[in-house]
Design a protein around this ligand. Structure first.
Ligand SMILES: [Zn+2]
Length: 632
């Protein structure tokens, strides 16, 4: 009995040991699974996003934009208290070749002279005014702005100049001059400088033209906003609105609520000033050569983008990607990298949703980030330190309009840490702010975190439909090194997007007429009616307009904006040599010429209109040289 009695408990204890071991293994497996699950959901992988010091080079405009060839516009600085960035932006965006100088004699070596930023009684001596008069008389042209009382009005076509902050509207006289050639839509022929809710906005000069001058545009008080004075075979144009106020104030979002609609409409109030300069150059420079705004000789491009900012928006991304692939189109997905639970909802970077992002990336679609907590208060956030990282950054939305623990750097940097960290091969360079709320520090935070492009404004809100270089602090002084692609059409305003396809196409057409672009924002909250609306847009794009990968276009625009190019007389009569070099690879660079082209050497395609050529793809750091022969 004894051994049995002894064995019995031994067997029992062996059994319980085995059971315990099995239970322990099971428990360990559950634990491991749970831990892996937890890790998958909460321990996201983090890419290294380095924060660079802010060391922008101090631009000396006269050195950055040197005199190279006769068809350049001379940008003559009459005062150095204001950087000529507004004029530089206008000319660069329009692809007009130019150089910057402070020397009148050097400027007058060129047919077209843009005088910036102002003219007063001290700007020019009588002898200099006589030189300008003779230059114009011989077929030259001057475009000037902001001539104040005391300026030599007789030379510029006015009897009186009256400064006021109370003018809100400019109406152009349709067809009154070749300069107005691009202003044909109602939104272009009448623009607002600011909302009536601000009795005073910025200074404008209203002119009383003299008998030698013609009024091309008026303010609402009847004074002239743009006058032309013909002298001999040339003309002087004088604007009462400065390019800083007309264009740059919009681009930096420092205007007085000048837009007529916030989004989903054509608002060219800033574009018209650039289009005047484009028409000025094209109509008065016989050897006009201009860098086209759109690749491959197209009239315009439409850039489709999607904001993924809701937990259920992930699976429909696949449907959008599939439908777009069927149209040979790529859109760009801006993803909110929400890993915190807060008053506005739960975090949703689940393993399943991250899988969707990886799949979208594998299928070749570009992605950008769309912040962490998507706060309506983003434009009030502090910049932060730049040390914000996933492990320590704990932002919380405490309501739709409030947040704690959040900074601009945190939203920008950590969202990139997570998107790049969890999607192999993803390298994020594009950002869009939640609710399109933009803090003034955003360009700095983006540039320092390695971003290259932004799409956080609406086009009407920046009064322009052309991409442009963002400035530090959204100020008038210094570029931040990145580019803005503002949103033209979105899907949240009533009526539903499906009901707005026609009006959207009309905006695409208006932009195509100007060589501008359109950006469409559709939230992939479902793959039903909104996707149908997008497909309807794709099927009905106007002639010469194509949908293009937004990242590809952004890179095109940057390379184009920084293209180093010049022209020189060729060896034979009626020929020129065009040289172009790019720091980054770029395809589809297009040049437009005033003259009719007879032939172009290898390295470019001549388009059917015989006024435009498309360059073969440019390699980074290399330049090409082409000979172009014109018809007599
Ligand atoms: Zn959003």
């Amino acid at each position: 009995m004894f051994p049995a009695a002894v064995r019995a408990p031994e067997r029992a204890s062996r059994f319980s040991l085995r059971a315990t071991a099995v239970l322990a293994v099971v428990a360990a497996l559950f634990g491991l699974f749970g831990w892996l699950n937890y890790r998958g959901a909460h321990r996201l992988l983090v890419a290294d996003v380095r924060v660079r010091a802010l060391a922008p080079p101090r631009v000396v405009f006269e050195d950055a934009y040197p005199e190279q060839f006769p068809m350049q516009v001379a940008l003559l600085r009459t005062a150095v208290d204001e950087p000529p960035l507004a004029a530089v932006h206008a000319l660069r965006e329009m692809g007009i070749p130019f150089f910057v100088t402070r020397q009148l004699a050097q400027a007058l070596g060129h047919r077209l002279v843009l005088i910036y930023p102002r003219i007063d009684g001290e700007t020019f001596s009588p002898a200099e005014l006589e030189l300008i008069r003779r230059h114009v008389e011989a077929g030259g042209s001057v475009f000037a702005q902001s001539a104040a009382a005391g300026a030599p009005g007789a030379h510029f076509g006015f009897r009186e100049a009256s400064a006021s902050k109370r003018r809100h509207v400019v109406r152009f006289e349709r067809g009154a001059d070749p300069l107005l050639r691009y202003l044909d839509r109602p939104e272009e022929l009448e623009i607002r400088l600011g909302s009536d809710q601000f009795p005073e906005i910025f200074w404008t000069q209203g002119y009383t033209p003299d008998a030698s001058a013609t009024t091309l545009a008026r303010f609402e008080d009847g004074s002239a906003a743009l006058v032309r004075k013909r002298i001999g075979s040339g003309a002087i144009y004088l604007s009462g609105v400065s390019l800083l106020d007309g264009l740059m104030r919009g681009q930096t979002n420092r205007h007085y609520e000048a837009f007529r609609h916030y989004v989903n409409a054509f608002e060219p109030a800033g574009d018209v000033w650039m289009l005047l300069l484009r028409a000025w150059y094209e109509s008065l420079e016989p050897g006009a050569v201009r860098l086209g705004t759109i690749p491959r000789g197209l009239r315009s491009v439409v850039l489709f983008t999607h904001d993924v900012d809701w937990e259920n928006s992930f699976p429909p991304m696949i449907d959008y990607a599939r439908a777009e692939t069927a149209h040979s189109v790529r859109s760009l997905f801006f993803v909110q990298m929400k890993y915190v639970n807060d008053a506005n909802g739960k975090g949703y970077l689940s393993p399943g949703n991250l899988d969707v992002l990886r799949r979208i990336h594998r299928e070749g679609f570009p992605m950008g980030t769309h912040s962490i907590i998507h706060s309506r208060a983003f434009n009030y956030f502090e910049l932060g330190t730049g040390t914000e990282t996933y492990g320590s950054y704990k932002p919380r939305g405490t309501g739709p309009n409030t947040a704690t623990g959040a900074t601009v750097f945190g939203e920008v940097r950590v969202s990139r840490e997570l998107l790049d960290g969890n999607v192999p091969g993803q390298h994020t360079v594009f950002f869009r702010a939640g609710h399109l709320r933009v803090p003034k520090t955003l360009p700095e935070a983006l540039a320092r975190c390695g971003y290259e492009f932004d799409s956080s404004f609406t086009a009407p809100d920046v009064l322009t439909n052309f991409p442009y270089a963002l400035t530090l602090g959204l100020d008038f002084e210094q570029e931040a090194g990145l580019y803005e692609f503002p949103v033209t059409i979105e899907d949240e305003e009533e009526p539903a997007l499906r009901e707005r396809v026609d009006s959207s196409i009309d905006v695409f057409r208006a932009n195509a007429d100007n060589g501008a672009v359109s950006v469409v924002l559709i939230h992939p909250t479902d793959a039903g009616m909104k996707l149908e609306a997008e497909q309807a847009m794709l099927e009905r794009l106007p002639a010469g307009v194509e949908a293009m990968d937004p990242l590809e276009f952004a890179r095109f625009w940057r390379a184009r904006d920084r293209l180093d190019w010049n022209v020189a007389p060729g060896a034979k009569p009626r020929t020129i040599v065009l040289r172009a070099g790019s720091r980054e690879p770029v395809r589809g660079i297009t040049f437009e010429f005033g003259g009719e082209i007879a032939a172009v050497s290898a390295g470019a395609n001549l388009l059917d209109d015989r006024h435009r050529i498309v360059l073969a793809p440019l390699e980074a750091g290399k330049s090409v040289q082409l000979e172009i022969a014109f018809r007599p």
